[in-house]
Design a protein around this ligand. Structure first.
Ligand SMILES: O=C(O)CCC(=O)C(=O)O
Length: 195
């Protein structure tokens, strides 16, 4: 059964959302495979002089020689597992973009989160296209205009695909807030083109 899109509000320019990009079974199978087989890390981050582990696990996957990082830290790249390379090849054709890197985040429960930020590192170039696939628990996703501070909310369903393109990173920040009562995990895949 196809799930209805519960997100009725229009998204701002540069964001587009497809609820059922992957079937429920494929999403479940992929979630389990990635949870059990990726090399997960929980690096630390220093904010205002305080160093803490990031509130999620992550795995960075990229073609040989690709260097990428955030908050002044370069990520160590893992090779592509076959299933993710196949997905990458499909997205390269679909979007006509040379995706060569993938940041995977595992949110163990609603206490794990991602703070407000833009994916505007210079290695991503101007107006990057980032394809974001969600697996597992549904999570709230927030988008905030940098000047007007208008906030948009979106529920990211398992198997959904959110595309951020055009001026989305220049004009907006996005975040995955904590959801205190949520007990289930979620994996997010963000395919990127790193120069
Ligand atoms: O988990 C998500 O949906 C957000 C991921 C994200 O913001 C990012 O990787 O930049």
């Amino acid at each position: 059964m196809q799930r209805q899109n519960a997100n009725l509000n229009p998204l701002p320019n540069g964001f587009s959302y497809q609820t059922n990009a992957l079937s429920a079974q494929k999403s479940l199978d992929l979630f389990s495979f990635l949870r059990d087989n990726l090399v997960w890390q929980q690096p630390t981050i220093t904010v205002f002089g305080k160093t803490n582990p990031i509130p999620r696990w992550q795995c960075f996957i990229a073609d040989t020689g690709i260097q990428y990082g955030y908050s002044g830290r370069t990520l160590t790249a893992e090779p592509w597992p076959t299933v993710l390379d196949a997905m990458r090849q499909r997205l390269v054709k679909q979007f006509d973009m040379p995706f060569n890197a993938l940041l995977v985040n595992l949110y163990r429960d609603g206490d794990d989160c991602m703070g407000w930020h833009s994916d505007d590192e210079k290695e991503l170039g101007n107006e990057p296209t980032i394809v974001s696939i969600s697996l597992g628990a549904e999570r709230l996703f927030k988008i905030k205009h940098k000047l007007t501070k208008q906030v948009y909310s979106l529920i990211l369903h398992s198997g959904s695909c959110l595309v951020m393109h055009g001026t989305s990173q220049r004009d907006y920040q996005h975040a995955l807030p904590k959801q205190a009562r949520l007990k289930h995990p979620r994996i997010n895949l963000t395919f990127r083109c790193v120069r």
